[in-house]
Design a protein around this ligand. Structure first.
Ligand code: HSE
Length: 438
């Protein structure tokens, strides 16, 4: 059989990893794919560097469009990132009848609907395993391995940079700002680190998993996104004293009224496996009605792990190139999503969660009674409470309360009322909590 001819757009970290792994494991990969997978042309800004990397064996150009319009190329691998030029080249490749493999989560989360529509009408594959959780085959698991299940919820540590920062804050008691620089130096962070620390990168990945899990179109503007920049190491420490770890989680859940879709720092019981995923590693828990909770763990970034996912997609293209759209795995897992597509995404004040509250209160009789009354009046049940002794010379103490599940708008109303109490100093810290066991 003819080899699968690949045009590579970008040979930076992920492109380099893809090239290296494909070269090193080419025999095994060919046997599995049923044919050879061959990179025949590379578009790269730094032509000289690309030539050196590939020992002058592969044609290199700095013109992206000369790759996507090359009649010799079967599949375009888009690794340039961003969502303006990337969108144009991907749509052009599709128009030219080429299959596309991409690691670009922002592109899929923002423009996936249009891209898949165009791909369907041209009968080409658009594969994006590398877009979510790097080397972890979570797209494959969701679209294929768990196909029998009604997905109930998905929760993931899907940004390595923030997980690294949170791990350092917990283990060394450091402040957020002191750790960010180290994460950047280690090369985990996105080109713009606000995408990592404000939760936007995780939100892109969550949107993709939610679309596949629940049969909804991409609607990135509806993802509630809260990062870790305001998180204090004090809260990480108090959470730990209460048996919890704080992780930046992407959470999407099927509930009675719609779908929850949210990224925020979250307390998780430390006994859960996912609570012990540290450093830059990623992990995703998927709860299916038949299979129960399942956990997927691995490297969420890096040259070879992400290259591994890109090559898995190339093998799928090599195997399925001549199948019809109906015979292939659907882009977003559903051949027909007319009955699920309109399921509403719940606004954040309609979601249900348990909460961690930390407040600074005057250390005098009756204050706790006032606070618990406010919670009780709103049917918010307390799960645990902890008061820290005031330090020498201080008249105020930190009080931490963990609550049972309530609707977020009830909690908002309680927080407003507690902050209005004379004995309470300043704003409350509120973090959401998830049990992740059922
Ligand atoms: N900046 C991302 C992360 C890279 O930290 O996880 C992989 O998408």
């Amino acid at each position: 059989m003819n080899s699968l001819k690949v045009g590579l757009l970008g040979i930076g970290t992920v492109g380099g990893g893809t090239y290296t792994v494909l070269k090193r494991n080419h025999e095994e990969i060919s046997l599995r794919a049923g044919r050879k997978i061959e990179i025949v042309k590379i578009a790269e800004r730094n032509v000289q560097r690309a030539k050196e990397l590939t020992d002058g064996q592969i044609e290199v150009t700095n013109d992206l469009f000369s790759v996507v319009t090359d009649p010799n190329i079967d599949v375009v691998v888009e690794l340039i990132g961003g969502y303006t030029l990337a969108k144009d080249v991907v749509l052009k490749a599709i128009e030219q009848g080429k299959h596309v493999v991409t690691a670009n989560k922002a592109l899929i989360a923002l423009h996936g609907n249009e891209i898949f529509e165009a791909a369907k009408s041209k009968g080409v594959i658009v594969a994006y395993e590398a877009a979510v959780a790097g080397g972890i085959p979570i797209i494959k698991a969701l679209r294929e391995g768990l196909v029998a299940n009604k997905i109930e919820w998905i929760a993931g540590i899907i940004n390595g940079t923030t997980n690294f920062i949170l791990t350092e804050m917990r283990e060394k008691g450091l402040a957020f700002a002191d750790v960010l620089g180290e994460a950047q130096r280690l090369g985990y962070a996105e080109a713009d680190p606000t995408f990592d620390v404000e939760g936007i990168d995780a939100a892109h990945k969550l949107m993709i998993m939610s679309a596949i899990g629940f049969g909804i179109p991409m609607q990135f503007d509806k993802v509630y996104t809260e990062g870790i920049t305001k998180l204090e190491s004090k809260d990480i420490r108090y959470a730990e004293e209460l048996g919890y770890r704080v992780k930046l989680l992407g959470i999407t859940k099927r509930s009675l009224n719609g779908i929850e879709l949210r990224v925020h720092p979250t307390l998780i019981p430390e006994k859960r496996l996912i609570a012990n995923v540290n450093g830059a590693m990623n992990a995703v828990v998927v709860k299916g009605d038949a299979v129960g909770p399942t956990l997927y763990y691995g490297a969420g970034a890096g040259a070879e792990p992400t290259g591994s996912a890109v090559i898995a997609d190339l093998v799928d293209v090599a195997r399925m190139q001549n199948a019809s759209v109906e015979q292939r795995v659907p882009y977003l897992a559903y051949h027909d999503s007319t009955s699920t597509a309109t399921t509403p995404i719940l606004p954040i004040d309609e979601i249900s969660s348990a909460y961690y509250l930390r407040m600074r209160a005057l250390d005098k009789p009756g204050v706790l009674a006032e606070v618990t009354k406010i919670l009780g009046d709103r049917q918010i049940s307390i799960d645990a409470m902890m008061q820290k002794e005031p330090q020498d010379g201080e008249t105020e103490a930190d009080i931490v309360i963990l609550t049972h599940i309530t609707v977020e708008k009830n909690m908002n109303s309680a927080i407003q009322a507690i902050e209005a109490l004379q004995a309470i100093d300043g704003k409350l810290v509120r973090l959401r909590m998830e049990e992740l066991n059922k």
